[in-house]
Design a protein around this ligand. Structure first.
Ligand code: SAH
Length: 197
């Protein structure tokens, strides 16, 4: 199915075959995932659809050892896929309940991000920057300048941009000051919200 939908990167397909996705889905995760009542979101959107995970992972063009920052750890599934791709993953989650729960799951499944931070993804992780790539797994109303500044020259930012629905957007940092942009299809993510709770 992934192949027929244009996912051809073997390292993505292999990694996704390694991660037991069902272990990242459980009822208590669903309860905690979307506490922001201002944005009623269907429970099926709590963990990104496998195709979305594959699509974003492929856009990163990861090489083993790449330093990747993920915004929105959520269930930890996307992070686990990046770890299976042998990336060094730094990941940030703003909801403390979810942060703690996923922390336990990482321990149980032996997935080890380089750093797992409870914080606000709008800040990025300046002390660890620059990154080979940054992946945002929540819908951003606009592209945060802070995140652009934390991408290496030649590096990538993959971010769904939009409010109600999002256009998958790939930004490549061509030089210190120049960025190129390419857009892909429409997706639906929970919102990229400021602050931590
Ligand atoms: N990558 C996740 C996707 C979870 S949904 C997975 O594989 O399951 C998106 C997540 O982004 C939610 O957990 C939400 O709490 C989180 N999020 C939203 N705004 C954020 C912010 N400013 N900083 C960090 N995480 C954020």
């Amino acid at each position: 199915m992934m192949r027929s939908k244009g996912i051809s990167d073997e390292s993505v397909l292999n990694a996704m075959n390694q991660v037991p996705r069902h272990l990242f889905l459980d009822s208590s995760f669903l309860e905690h995932a979307y506490q922001n009542k201002a944005f009623p979101i269907g429970a099926d959107q709590t963990i990104s659809h496998p195709y979305t995970v594959a699509f974003q992972s492929q856009l990163l063009q990861l090489k083993p050892g790449h330093k990747v920052l993920e915004i929105g750890t959520g269930s930890g599934y996307q992070c686990a896929v990046l770890l299976e791709m042998k990336a060094q993953v730094y990941t940030i989650e703003r909801q403390n309940e979810l942060y703690k729960k996923t922390s336990l799951l990482f321990g149980k499944l032996n997935y080890r991000p380089k750093k797992y931070v409870f914080g606000d993804g709008y800040q990025g992780l300046p002390e660890e920057a620059p990154f080979d790539s940054i992946i945002v797994t929540c819908g951003a109303p606009e592209i945060p300048q802070t995140l652009l500044s934390q991408v290496k020259i030649g590096g990538r930012l993959v971010i769904p941009v939009g409010s109600d629905s999002q256009i998958m957007t790939l930004i490549i940092r061509e030089s210190a000051t120049d960025f190129s942009k390419e857009t892909f299809g429409e997706f639906r993510f929970v919102p990229f919200l400021g602050g931590k709770i």
